[in-house]
Design a protein around this ligand. Structure first.
Ligand SMILES: NC(=O)c1ccc[n+]([C@@H]2O[C@H](COP(=O)([O-])OP(=O)(O)OC[C@H]3O[C@@H](n4cnc5c(N)ncnc54)[C@H](O)[C@@H]3O)[C@@H](O)[C@H]2O)c1
Length: 424
């Protein structure tokens, strides 16, 4: 510009005189080699720019907003999970998307949650599903019906917010949800000893699959562990800080050690992969929809008394258990899932009964003339079990409310109906 300005300001005057220049004009022959080199330089530069533009053309045409067809086809490839074998598109070019961050318009309610309940066709799971649906959430149940029953959920089949998937958690599954309640696992000794290899697979591989899913979709994960992780405890009542006294090679270890491993996996996914996790250690729970003959002491006594059979007491009947009504457990699980604390938390009713005392309550509720039959105790049966629930009381603001004499009649009327209907 400077040069041009100088030239224009010193352009030949109308008089045709040569303008004044302080520098002497150079002879023409001296400037020839330099102008040739300049031309050559510009020629090469031009060729370089042209070839660069030629090669870059596909990049520009991809990111050009008008080329919607090319971008949408690339998106289709991405969405379908198949990248084209050959593509000009470098990875750093942002993919145009139509959806921005979702905002809830002012005045609208927070959307309900999408929740998976594995083992949702079982005893505890089906009560949890009812409670979640009643709260307004959408629920997907995953169950292989090993011990669960469609009957437990049939009253929900017409609900558009409810889905039931027959699936074994030992196999992976992909779903989009906000929370995962992981209950799938046979819970009674009769069922978990039936196929111990399957039980430990369910506990280990099933939990791994569900944790993997939680990690992938950013869902919060709750594990229903068990008081069995304390084994035959040397500390009484059991606090969450107690590490347990478990036989790792016994007939119950597929369940006890399986659940201990499931707890380990849960904490490892939390520490190593930032998954939001919760752990509940559930103590003996009873209520409607339990399996009739699953070997658990309350269901055994109730079913036997209704059928006018003697109630079977294993050992001397002085071993103690605590019994929590299922609605109390469900409230505890939901408080844990929604709260800020990982756990583990004991969820149980600290009221302690010997087996003989329980048999007396069942007699009073069903049939005062019911009798008791003593049998040899099973291996590794814990002598004492009673939760210390002070942690759940303090941090979850939770404690059980339904005493045995109120909960038992509700279970008895459900069992009476089912036994009368011929259910096995
Ligand atoms: N009920 C209790 O007293 C108690 C005590 C401690 C812990 N728990 C735990 O609570 C959870 C629920 O127990 P529950 O009493 O409702 O037992 P349940 O047997 O009634 O329910 C378990 C459910 O899981 C399903 N299931 C089992 N294996 C599966 C698999 N591989 N894939 C998919 N589904 C599978 C069963 O079909 C069933 O519907 C279990 O994890 C159990 O360990 C229960």
């Amino acid at each position: 510009m400077k040069q041009l300005y100088k030239q224009s300001s010193s352009s030949p005057s109308s008089s045709g005189q040569i303008p004044y220049s302080s520098k002497p004009l150079k002879p023409r022959s001296q400037s020839l080699p330099r102008s040739f080199a300049q031309r050559l330089f510009f020629l090469l530069l031009g060729a370089l720019i042209a070839s660069t533009l030629f090669f870059l053309h596909p990049y520009f045409s991809y990111s050009h907003p008008s080329s919607s067809s090319s971008s949408s086809s690339s998106l289709t490839h991405l969405e379908s999970g198949h990248l084209p074998l050959y593509s000009h598109r470098p990875r750093s070019i942002p993919i145009p998307t139509s959806t921005g961050p979702k905002r809830i318009p002012v005045g609208l309610k927070k959307p309900s949650k999408r929740i998976v309940v594995t083992g949702g066709a079982g005893f505890v799971g089906s009560h949890l599903v009812d409670r979640l649906l009643d709260r307004g959430d959408s629920v997907i149940v995953i169950d292989n019906f090993f011990t669960g029953r469609k009957d437990n959920l049939v009253h929900r089949f017409g609900d558009p917010r409810f889905e039931l998937i027959r699936h074994d958690v030992v196999e992976p599954i992909l779903l989009e949800v906000d929370q995962i309640y992981h209950l799938a696992c046979p819970a009674s000794p009769v069922h978990y000893k039936y196929n111990p290899i399957k039980t430990i697979k369910t506990n280990v591989m099933g939990t791994l699959n569900m944790l993997g899913l939680a990690k992938r979709i950013g869902a919060r994960f709750l594990l229903t562990s068990t008081s069995e992780v304390y084994g035959d405890p040397l500390e009484h009542p059991q606090k969450e800080t107690y590490w347990g006294h478990v036989n790792p090679i016994g007939v119950r270890s597929c369940y006890d050690e399986g659940k201990r491993t499931a707890e380990t996996l849960t904490m490892d996914y939390h520490r190593g992969a930032d998954v939001e996790v919760r752990i509940a250690r559930i103590f003996n729970t009873y209520g409607p929809r339990m399996c009739l003959d699953d070997g658990r002491v309350v269901s055994n006594f109730v079913a036997q008394a209704i059928r006018k059979q003697p109630m079977t007491v294993y050992g001397d009947g002085k071993q103690t258990r605590s019994f929590q009504y299922v609605s109390d457990l469900v409230e505890g699980l939901m408080a844990l899932m929604e709260g800020e604390h990982i756990g583990p938390f004991n969820l149980g009713n600290p009221g302690e009964f010997t087996m003989l005392e329980l048999a007396e309550v069942v007699k009073e509720t069903i049939d005062p003339s019911a009798t008791i039959e003593f049998k040899e105790n099973t291996a590794d049966d814990p002598h004492k079990r009673k939760p210390d629930i002070s942690k759940a009381k303090e941090l979850l603001n939770w404690e059980p409310k339904v005493p045995l004499h109120e909960g038992l009649p509700l279970m008895v009327s459900d069992f009476q109906k089912r036994i009368l209907n011929g259910e096995k």
